[in-house]
Design a binder for this molecule. Structure first.
Ligand code: GCO
Length: 471
């Protein structure tokens, strides 16, 4: 077992013994929002490929593809296409945010839109994104801008994507230009969304572009994504010198890290070890690199990366946590990862079968407080096509945030995934994550509130972001 996994094993053991259980009555009675700190950013999160429409990137070709057995890459056979039409409906979406009482919005810039070819810039698109950031600020909504949310321009992907070290230079040039053009209206930057998810799905499991199944390629891509974060942080801090919101900081840089609870299926050493190894790689590698400035990635008997990266230590002013669910882990030597993640029957799950476990968010916020930087929940939500369970999910996870805040964890914001239904990657349009439902068949991609909108408004009201209802 690697040194890191040994270090992490106590974490998993601790999680075994320290497994909180929230009381449903406490959650029901809580005046959620009142327990959040002043200046807390409460909003929603989206990404360009999933909502804008009309894009040509590395997913465009992937969505048309099939596996050797004929199954489509996108499970419901859809393609992102027009998505939620948000490129033309930004003002409509700002209206939804205002309806929620949100004071922040996390969205991503589409690199392929801004740089359709090497050296070619779409200055009109740049101006449009700058206008979006300005509009948000004028409406009292703080923009948190993601620079890379899974998708690549075709010319970058064709050159090897995140396996190719030259992509770091191309990404740095892209970030430099964006910082210069949008820096006057953006202080909060998220460099890379979920390096771990992209590396695993795209380069190990082969279910996202480029569709590789190669542990060495996965580790190489993950290392490059972490390094890309460091390079982006350096450029953002050098180029974005305008303190847009007057809080004394021109830039606050972080990344969004997808974390999942990996609970040993049994108390056996085999399952505890399997869970510890999975946790060490998936949950711990990225924060450890941010903390130490050193990238250490190893897949036993396949690949080991251990290198210091310039500007990585101290690169993050905050850590974004994308949290959704829990997996149970049992040892399984038939699997490349020597383990198998699953959810036992009878557990409350979302429409994708993800185990609903709000205590996991509380555990991760407590766990990462020792990074010594503020934390954001940069994504949290549930696939719920009926729309009737989302309000409870929202409440229980904001309750988790408030429990962590009560213990002194410096949580600065919560972004619900998502503002509206959108293209859920390989799952297509079937899963519905939106606080607002989208009628994708309607010409205007009509948005309609789900019951959870009221729950969000209550939290915004208790946080002082909306007027209390008149008696
Ligand atoms: C992710 C991404 C989002 C997803 C959301 C629901 O975590 O995969 O950040 O783009 O759509 O998390 O799966």
């Amino acid at each position: 077992m690697s040194r890191r996994a040994l270090l992490t094993l106590p974490l998993v053991l601790a999680a075994c013994s320290d497994r909180p259980s929230f009381d449903a009555e406490d959650i029901r009675r809580a005046t959620l929002g009142a327990g959040l700190p002043a200046g807390f950013l409460l909003g929603t999160a989206t990404s360009s490929h999933q909502i804008e429409g009309g894009l040509t990137n590395d997913w465009s070709a992937w969505e048309q593809g099939t596996y050797p057995d004929g199954r489509p890459h996108i499970h419901d056979g859809s393609v992102s296409g027009d998505a939620a039409g948000s490129w033309e409906r930004f003002d409509v979406d700002v209206g939804l945010m205002r309806n929620l009482g949100a004071n922040a919005y996390r969205f991503s810039l589409e690199w392929s839109r801004l740089q359709p070819a090497r050296g070619e810039w779409d200055t009109a698109a740049l101006a449009r994104y700058r206008e979006q950031a300005r509009t948000l600020r004028e409406q009292g909504i703080t923009p948190l801008v993601t620079l890379h949310h899974f998708t690549l321009p075709p010319w970058v992907a064709d050159a090897g994507g995140w396996e190719n070290p030259a992509t770091l230079d191309d990404f740095e040039a892209y970030v430099t230009r964006v910082a210069e053009e949008l820096g006057a209206d953006v202080d909060w930057w998220c460099t890379i969304n979920e390096p771990n998810v992209l590396a695993v799905f795209g380069y190990l499991d082969g279910v996202w572009p480029p569709g590789k199944k190669d542990a060495k390629a996965m580790a190489t891509a993950l290392a490059h994504l972490i390094e890309a974060h460091a390079r982006a942080a350096r450029q953002l801090r050098a180029r974005d010198t305008v303190d847009a919101d007057g809080d004394g900081h021109a830039t606050r840089v972080g990344l969004a890290h997808h974390v999942r609870v990996f609970q040993p299926a049994t108390g056996s050493t085999a399952d505890i070890t399997a869970a510890g190894l999975t946790d060490a790689f998936f949950n711990e590698s990225v924060p450890l690199a941010l903390r130490t400035g050193r990238i250490r990635l190893s897949v036993p008997a396949q690949v080991s990366i251990d290198r210091e990266v310039a500007d990585l230590k101290g690169s993050s002013d905050y850590l974004g946590i994308n949290y959704y669910a829990r997996d149970y882990v049992r040892q399984d030597f038939s699997e490349a990862s020597l383990s198998n993640q699953y959810v036992p029957g009878g557990r409350p799950v979302n429409d994708l079968g993800w185990d609903i476990y709000p205590e996991g968010l509380y555990l991760f916020l407590r766990r990462f407080r020792d990074l010594g930087i503020p934390l954001f929940v940069t994504e949290n939500g549930m696939a719920d096509a009926e729309g009737i369970r989302r309000a409870d999910y929202l409440r229980s996870h904001v309750y988790a945030v408030e429990q962590a805040v009560k213990e002194g964890v410096d949580v600065r914001g919560y972004f619900h995934w998502s503002l509206m239904d959108n293209f859920e990657w390989a799952e297509g349009y079937t899963p519905r994550f939106g606080l607002f439902r989208v009628d994708f068949a309607s010409p205007d991609k009509a948005r309609a509130p789900t019951p959870a909108v009221e729950g969000f408004q209550d939290i915004a009201r208790n946080l002082g972001l909306m007027p209390m209802p008149t008696p």
